[in-house]
Design a protein around this ligand. Structure first.
Ligand code: PGA
Length: 232
């Protein structure tokens, strides 16, 4: 079981330090936090496992605003989220750029949480599987079932909305993703202490990617404990 806290654009270094001082990962579950770039060093100083929220495909170069895998590794960061739906929606991330970022990160030695998931309109028009095939196969064709690759299924309509996928919807999507690419699959989208246990009890739910509920040590701890219990 892996639980990743995606802080998105929250917590500068001082708030990151305060979170880490108040948070102790429970035993029996792998826990990572994903702070904004400027707070990576502060989180690393606490001894937690730290992932970035994105990573560029080039080692260095004229790519203003981007950060490369070797730079993250030099800092002590061990992995990165790639292809989060907010990057796809607001920053022009495509299946192709997600595949390139994933391949470069894995090749450099980072772990990757590659995010996939359908929009509400895609689900309602019956295109969920079609979209998942495109997203998952572009990553699979680039890197295969790499041992440091994890997939996160995050239905866009469930992110930050309070509308979680049902445990059955999550299980169905996770099994489908694994039929395309045999790697662990995290669920993401309004995971909270109240719904974590049921989602994590599904046979093909291998952990959680948590946004809003990862910002408070108490709620993030409760979700990590639910994952540890599900793994036991
Ligand atoms: P949420 O975000 O838990 O706030 O819905 C999840 C994510 O975007 O990774």
């Amino acid at each position: 079981m892996l639980v990743a806290g995606n802080w998105k654009m929250h917590k500068g270094p001082a708030e990151a330090r305060a979170f880490c001082d108040a948070f102790t990962p429970p035993a029996g579950v792998d826990v990572v936090v994903c702070p904004p770039y400027v707070s990576l060093a502060a989180a690393l100083a606490s001894g937690l496992t730290v992932y970035a929220q994105s990573v560029h495909w080039a080692r260095e170069g004229a790519y203003t605003g981007e950060v490369s895998a070797p730079m993250l590794l030099e800092l002590g960061v061990t992995g990165s989220i790639v292809g989060h739906s907010e990057r796809r929606q607001y920053f022009g991330e495509t299946d192709d750029s997600v595949a390139r970022r994933t391949a470069a990160a894995l090749e450099a030695g980072l772990g990757v949480i590659a995010c996939v998931g359908e929009s509400e309109e895609e689900r309602e028009s019956g295109r969920t599987e079609f979209v998942l095939v495109l997203q998952v196969e572009s990553v699979r064709d680039a890197v295969g079932a790499h041992e440091r690759l994890v997939v996160a299924y995050e239905p866009v309509w469930a992110i930050g909305t309070g509308r979680t996928a049902t445990a059955e919807q999550a299980q169905e999507a996770h099994a489908f993703i694994k039929s395309l690419l045999d790697r662990p699959v995290l669920y993401g989208g309004s995971v909270k202490p109240e719904n974590a246990a049921e989602l994590l009890a599904q046979p093909d739910v291998d952990g959680a990617l948590v946004g809003g509920a990862s910002l408070e040590p108490s709620s993030f701890t409760a979700i990590c404990e639910a994952a540890a219990a599900a793994a036991a």
